[in-house]
Design a binder for this molecule. Structure first.
Ligand code: SF4
Length: 281
């Protein structure tokens, strides 16, 4: 059987930062949030007695609970990203922590002079590990390959937005290879010109897993927008700069497909099994 690369490795391409950056920023963000919450209690502490003798203890209890929640989310995220294990109740907190931590981390990263793209790359990497750690597999029609329009050759005049199958497969851009993967694994392929169309495609197709290719900014915002829907993100390659004739690391995409698709639907197994696949469109 052919060997496929680790799907997570595509993030070791340009501008990829280590998981350590994300985890370090999670720890710093946690510290900042806790200090902030403590200050919320300490500052008015001396004034609470004037309201009610118990007011300061009630406020302290509320702040204490908030600190525990922040610590729980941070430790859960760190534990999951390093060991793949979940803390009790952490699955519900993951969304809160992912939505809360990325914006705060971006702010803190700016203070430390770390570029947004580095933080986003690191976030995407940790997100991918969280999605991988859930260890689920899917039927082909539960998956969606969502691609950015900048993959299409800038010299190609064919309109792909509403039907990617208009492509003549001349091989001058990655779309031809993506269609081959789509046919091979029977997974729907869609090309979106922006976030609004991407969201519409997701609403229409209702996938259970998205394999998305895009730049750091679009992947990070897409992962946040579609939560709790799992998105496995693969960075596009930009030999001509951003948004122009970008490329897909097809081998990494195929490795990700094979990681998430139920093995009964591998092309080599479909021929031997009685499973009938619905036609892709
Ligand atoms: S592979 Fe398809 S989309 Fe790309 S240049 Fe050829 S016809 Fe156009």
């Amino acid at each position: 059987m052919a060997s496929y690369p680790n799907p997570q490795k595509e993030l070791s391409s340009e501008e990829t930062s280590s998981k350590g950056l994300f985890l370090g920023l999670v720890a710093i963000t946690c510290l900042f949030l806790c200090l902030f919450l403590v200050s919320l209690w300490i500052v008015p502490y001396y004034g609470f007695d004037a309201i009610h003798p118990y007011a300061k203890w009630i406020a302290g209890f509320v702040v204490g609970v908030a600190i525990i929640l922040v610590l729980w989310a941070s430790i859960g995220l760190l534990l999951n990203a390093t060991t793949g294990k979940y803390l009790p109740f952490f699955k519900k907190l993951r969304g809160v922590s992912v939505k809360l931590f990325l914006p705060v981390m971006t702010l803190i990263g700016r203070i430390f002079g770390i570029s947004k793209n580095k933080i986003r790359s690191s976030f995407i990497r940790v997100n991918n590990e969280l999605v991988l750690s859930e260890a689920k597999t899917f039927k082909p029609d539960e998956m969606l390959m969502l691609m950015p329009h900048c993959l299409q050759s800038s010299r190609c005049k064919i309109r792909l937005t509403y039907n990617v199958r208009n492509c003549k497969r001349c091989g001058k851009c990655s779309i031809a290879g993506l269609l081959e993967l789509s046919d091979k694994y029977n997974i729907h392929l869609a090309v979106a010109t922006g976030g609004t169309i991407a969201r519409r495609i997701v609403v229409e197709r209702r996938p259970k897993l998205i394999l998305a290719v895009a730049c750091q900014r679009d992947l990070a915002s897409g992962i946040q927008d579609t939560y709790p829907l799992p998105v496995f993100g693969i960075l596009n390659l930009r030999p001509h700069g951003p948004c122009l004739d970008t490329l897909v690391p097809l081998d990494h995409l195929e490795a990700a497909i094979r990681r998430f698709i139920d093995s009964r639907y591998y092309p080599e197994n479909v021929d031997k099994s009685p499973i009938s696949l619905p036609p892709i469109h």
